[in-house]
Write a protein that binds this ligand. Structure first.
Ligand code: FMN
Length: 212
């Protein structure tokens, strides 16, 4: 690594060190619309399998909205106290069949369109179906968008917490989303911390990595 890359790597690792799962935010802090747009843009730019962008970002940015979402997240303080929170929903299995409207529409954006996309995608979709993993695969995408949003937040000194504990049915009901179409993936709460930064607890790399 050259010196310039080393300096950049150092800065980026410091950013990742600073990010932690904040459990209590300041309820005084209000996020400006441009902060929320920036976080959503981070999510929009995240990669997705086959470039399908299977998600919808539901933004809770008012105090009553955040309160309701907090209740749906089993009264977790990280959500109740957040400035805003994003629930990332993904499409359900039926949307991913190669002939679906969704697959047609998304693939038309790519070079060669649906004609080129379909034969490439179909075998993978068949594989996912054969191992009954289509929705698992779809849901996994939401975690990537969530990561991009959280790292983006850290880059502007905004704290965050990923939240997996929520009542899926209640969330869909509140958002008036059809449960045959949408699956909640993950919620991410954002704000300014109102607590001490939690110390990082991580395994040493030699316990996690192997070189083949
Ligand atoms: C997928 C996922 C789901 C999580 N769900 C919750 C949650 O529901 N409530 C919570 O307080 N923390 C939640 N966390 C935060 C983790 O507990 C936290 O990231 C982990 O302990 C590591 O700590 P750090 O992020 O502060 O480094 C979640 C983290 C991930 C990645």
């Amino acid at each position: 690594m050259d010196e310039s890359a080393k300096a950049k790597a150092g800065e980026f690792l410091a950013l990742l060190e600073r990010r932690y799962a904040c459990k209590r935010f300041s309820t005084e802090h209000q996020a400006d619309a441009d902060i929320i747009s920036y976080i959503l843009e981070c999510g929009r730019l995240s990669p997705s399998s086959f470039g399908l962008e299977p998600w919808r970002f539901a933004v809770f940015s008012t105090r009553p909205g955040v309160k309701t979402l907090g209740d749906i997240c089993f009264a977790q303080e990280a959500v109740h106290s957040s400035s805003f929170a994003v629930a990332i929903l993904v499409r359900r299995a039926g949307c991913f069949t190669p002939d679906s409207e969704f697959i047609r529409a998304r693939s038309e954006r790519f070079p060669g369109g649906y004609q080129v996309f379909r034969p490439d995608y179909q075998p993978y979709h068949e594989f996912l179906e054969s191992v009954q993993r289509t929705e698992h695969w779809a849901r996994a995408q939401s975690y990537i968008a969530a990561s991009f949003m959280m790292i983006g937040a850290a880059s502007i000194g905004l704290d965050s917490c990923p939240i997996e504990g929520f009542d899926e049915e209640a969330l869909l009901r509140f958002l008036d989303k059809d449960e045959a179409q949408w699956l909640p993936g993950i919620v991410v709460a954002f704000g300014k911390r109102n607590e001490e930064v939690r110390q990082k607890i991580r395994e040493p790399l030699e316990n996690l990595a192997e070189f083949i």
